[in-house]
Design a protein around this ligand. Structure first.
Ligand SMILES: NC(=O)C1=CN([C@@H]2O[C@H](COP(=O)(O)OP(=O)(O)OC[C@H]3O[C@@H](n4cnc5c(N)ncnc54)[C@H](O)[C@@H]3O)[C@@H](O)[C@H]2O)[C@@H](O)CC1
Ligand SMILES: Nc1ncnc2c1ncn2[C@@H]1O[C@H](COP(=O)(O)OP(=O)(O)O)[C@@H](O)[C@H]1O
Length: 553
C-alpha cells in the first residue's frame, strides 16, 4: 500500500534532512535526486527510460482517462532535440524543475525554463545554463516562442508550499496557459492544487481544491498527463479535483528525505491493483459451493428489478459458491430468468427461512425500494449479526449504535457491516441520525472517518477516489476508477463485487476485524475501477470487465 499524507506533514518530515544537507554544504542534495526522478519519467515518455523509471514503472494511480495530450507520436522518438519547457515558480518546486531540465539538457534535449516570478532557485538556474539550457522570464517573446514549440511541458510552479505562501500571498505570478499539444508532467502536484485540508476548520480550503491566496485570484491548477510525487504523495492528489487533474501518479523515492517518526501514520493508504487482485480469493481444490461461501441478496423490487440483477452478476463474476436472492413480486420472476444460477426466494424468507440458513454474508439494498415491508427485511438481516454490505435504500434502516461510540480497541466489530453511501446518501444518513458530519462532497475524508466512528462500522464513501474508513480511524483508498463509472447501475455492480469478496473471506476465515473489512472493501472498489476501464460503457458490461480483470491474476 502507498501512504498518502497532508502536505504539511511531508514538509515537517523532510525539514530535518534538508537542514542537515544545508549544514553539510550540499543544500540541493535531495532536490537533485527528485529532479533525476522527474527527468527519467520524461525520458521514458520520450522512449529512453532510465533505471529509476523501470523500478517505479507501475504508477500508484493510473490515469483516469487515456492521456489527454495529443503528442503520442513523439514517444519513442528520443530525447535529442526534444523541446522541453518548465514553468518555474519561486520556491523549491521551481528548483526541482530547473535541476530536472538541466538533467534533460545534458541528454541533448532543447530545454527552456520560463520563470514565473523574479525570485527563483539560483543554483538550479545556473545548473541549467551550464548544461546548455535557456532561462527566460514569463511574458517575453523568447518564453512565448519556447512554450508554443514545446512537446513536453513540466509544471514546476508551485508544490506543497503553495498554501504557505506567506508574504508571497497576494503577488500574482505570471501564469501562462499550458499548450494542449504538449505532454504535461507536474512536479510533486499540479500547481495551485492544495496538498492540505483534511477537515473543516484548518484554514478553510480542502485538499484537492485550488489554493486561495489571500489577496490575489486563486490559481487555477492545470490538468497534467503525469504527476511525479517526490518522496511520497500528498492528499491533494487523491481528494477533490486531484484525481481529475493529476493524471498518472508516480512516486519517486527520495531516500533519507522523510523522517518516518515525524511522518507518522498516513492519512490514507492507497491500495494498488495487484494488492486488490490478491484479495480476490480463488477457489481451492477441495472447495464445494458451501465452503466457498453463500451470498444472500436482499435486493430488487417491482419498481427496480435491474439493480438486483446487475449486483448478482457482478457477485457471480467475482466468485461466490452460491447466490441466494430474496426478492418479491414481478422482480422475482425477472431475477430468476436473468440469473439462472441463483436460488430465488420470497423476501419474507430473509434471514430466517430455509434458503437463508447457509448464508455467510449479505448484500442489502440494490433496487430494494422504500416500502416498509422491504426495509423490514433489511432490518431483520442487520439484527442477525451476519456480515453485510449495506447499500442504496437499505442505508435508511441503519441506526446509531445503542452504546456510546467507540470502544476503539475492540478487535472485532459488533456491527460487521460495510456501508456504501455516495456523498448524497451519506449526507442524508447524517441528517437522519443527527450526526452533524461535514459535507461529504467537500470533506470526504473527514466525513467518512466521522461516520465510521459514530456508527461503529466500516463506511465506504464512493467517489472518484473511493475512501473506506474503520471506526478506529484508519482509511484505505481506491483510486483506480475513471469517470466512465459514473453511470446508473455502477454502484449496484460495486455492491456485488463487495458482497462476493466479503462472503468468500468470512467463509474462509470467520469473524473479521474492521481493518480487514475495510481493506476488502477497498480491494473491491479497486477491482470495480479496473473493470470500468476494461469494459467502458453501460453498467451491464461491467461483469465482463470483472471477468477480464480477474483473468489477469
Ligand atoms: N528542498 C528540497 O530538498 C526538496 C524540495 N522538494 C520540493 O519542494 C517543494 C516545496 O518547496 P517550497 O516550500 O519552496 O514551496 P513551493 O515551491 O511549492 O512554493 C512556495 C513558493 O511559492 C511562493 N508562492 C506560493 N503561492 C504563490 C502565489 N500565489 N503567487 C506567488 N508566489 C507564490 C511562496 O512564497 C514560496 O516561495 C515540494 O513541493 C517539492 O517539489 C522536493 O524536491 C524534495 C526535496
Ligand atoms: N467520476 C467518477 N470517477 C470515478 N468513479 C466514479 C465516478 N463517478 C462515479 N464513480 C463510481 O461509480 C459508482 C457509482 O455508484 P452509485 O452512485 O451508487 O451508482 P448507482 O446507484 O447508479 O449504481 C461508485 O462506485 C463511484 O465511486
Amino acid at each position: 500500500m502507498t501512504g498518502v499524507w497532508p502536505g504539511s506533514r511531508l514538509r515537517a518530515a523532510e525539514a530535518a534532512a534538508i537542514d542537515a544537507a544545508c549544514a553539510a554544504g550540499d543544500p540541493d542534495r535531495y532536490m537533485r535526486v527528485a529532479a533525476q526522478g522527474i527527468a527519467t519519467l520524461v525520458l521514458r515518455h520520450l522512449g529512453r527510460g532510465g533505471a529509476q523509471v523501470r523500478r517505479s514503472a507501475v504508477p500508484v494511480i493510473a490515469a483516469p482517462l487515456p492521456q489527454r495530450s495529443q503528442v503520442t507520436a513523439l514517444a519513442g522518438s528520443g530525447v535529442a532535440g526534444a523541446r522541453i519547457v518548465a514553468l518555474v515558480g519561486p520556491g523549491n518546486n521551481g528548483g526541482d524543475g530547473l535541476y530536472a531540465l538541466a538533467a534533460l539538457a545534458r541528454r541533448g534535449a532543447a530545454c527552456t525554463a520560463i520563470l514565473l516570478a523574479e525570485r527563483h532557485h539560483g543554483r538550479g538556474a545556473q545548473a541549467l545554463r551550464l548544461a546548455g539550457g535557456r532561462v527566460r522570464m514569463a511574458g517575453t517573446a523568447g518564453a512565448e516562442r519556447a512554450l508554443a514549440a514545446a512537446s513536453v511541458v513540466l509544471d514546476a510552479a508551485l508544490g506543497t508550499g503553495a498554501r504557505t505562501a506567506g508574504s508571497a500571498r497576494g503577488r500574482v505570478m505570471a501564469w501562462p496557459q499550458l499548450p494542449d499539444a504538449a505532454w504535461r508532467i507536474a512536479c510533486d502536484l499540479p500547481s495551485g492544487l492544495d496538498a492540505e485540508g483534511e477537515e473543516p476548520g484548518a484554514g478553510g480550503a480542502c485538499a484537492g481544491t485550488e489554493v486561495q491566496p489571500v489577496e490575489s485570484q486563486p490559481v487555477e491548477p492545470p490538468w497534467v498527463d503525469t504527476t511525479v510525487a517526490l518522496g511520497a504523495p500528498s492528499l491533494g492528489l487523491v481528494l477533490g479535483r486531484g484525481r481529475e487533474l493529476c493524471g498518472e501518479v508516480h512516486v519517486v523515492p527520495v531516500p533519507g528525505l522523510l523522517d518516518p517518526t515525524l511522518l507518522g501514520e498516513p492519512a490514507v493508504q492507497l491500495l494498488s491493483p495487484n494488492e486488490a487482485l490478491d484479495s480476490m480469493l480463488s477457489p481451492r481444490a477441495g472447495d464445494h459451493k458451501y465452503s466457498r461461501g453463500v451470498l444472500g441478496l436482499v435486493a430488487g423490487s417491482p419498481a427496480y428489478p435491474g439493480a438486483a440483477i446487475l449486483c448478482a452478476k457482478a457477485a457471480l463474476e467475482t466468485g461466490v459458491g452460491m447466490l441466494s436472492a430474496f426478492t418479491r413480486g414481478t422482480a422475482r420472476l425477472q431475477f430468476g430468468a436473468a440469473v439462472p444460477e441463483a436460488v430465488v426466494s420470497s423476501r419474507d424468507q430473509a434471514p430466517d427461512g430455509p434458503a437463508a440458513s447457509r448464508v455467510n454474508a449479505w448484500v442489502l439494498g440494490p433496487g430494494l425500494g422504500e416500502s416498509e415491508q422491504d426495509l423490514d427485511a433489511a432490518r431483520r438481516v442487520l439484527a442477525s449479526g451476519t456480515p453485510a454490505v449495506v447499500d442504496a435504500s437499505a442505508l435508511a434502516v441503519v441506526q446509531l449504535p445503542a452504546l456510546a461510540p467507540v470502544p476503539v480497541e475492540s478487535p472485532a466489530p459488533s456491527r460487521p457491516w460495510i456501508l456504501t453511501p455516495h456523498a448524497g446518501e451519506l449526507r442524508a444518513l447524517s441528517e437522519r441520525l443527527g450526526l452533524d458530519l461535514p459535507d461529504p462532497a467537500r470533506w470526504p475524508l473527514a466525513s467518512v472517518k466521522q461516520a465510521a466512528r459514530a456508527l461503529r462500522c466500516v463506511v465506504l464513501l464512493k467517489g472518484s477516489c473511493t475512501l473506506v474508513a474503520t471506526p478506529q480511524g484508519q482509511v484505505f483508498a481506491a483510486a483506480s476508477a475513471g469517470p466512465g463509472l459514473a453511470v446508473a447501475g455502477s454502484g449496484d455492480t460495486l455492491a456485488g463485487i463487495l458482497g462476493a469478496v466479503l462472503t468468500t473471506h468470512v467463509t474462509r476465515s470467520g469473524a473479521a476485524t474492521p481493518q480487514e473489512l475495510a481493506r476488502w472493501a477497498a480491494a473491491a472498489a479497486v477491482v470495480h475501477g479496473l473493470a470500468g476501464a476494461a469494459a467502458p460503457g453501460p453498467a451491464e458490461g461491467l461483469s465482463a470487465g470483472i471477468r477480464s480483470v480477474l483473468q489477469t491474476r
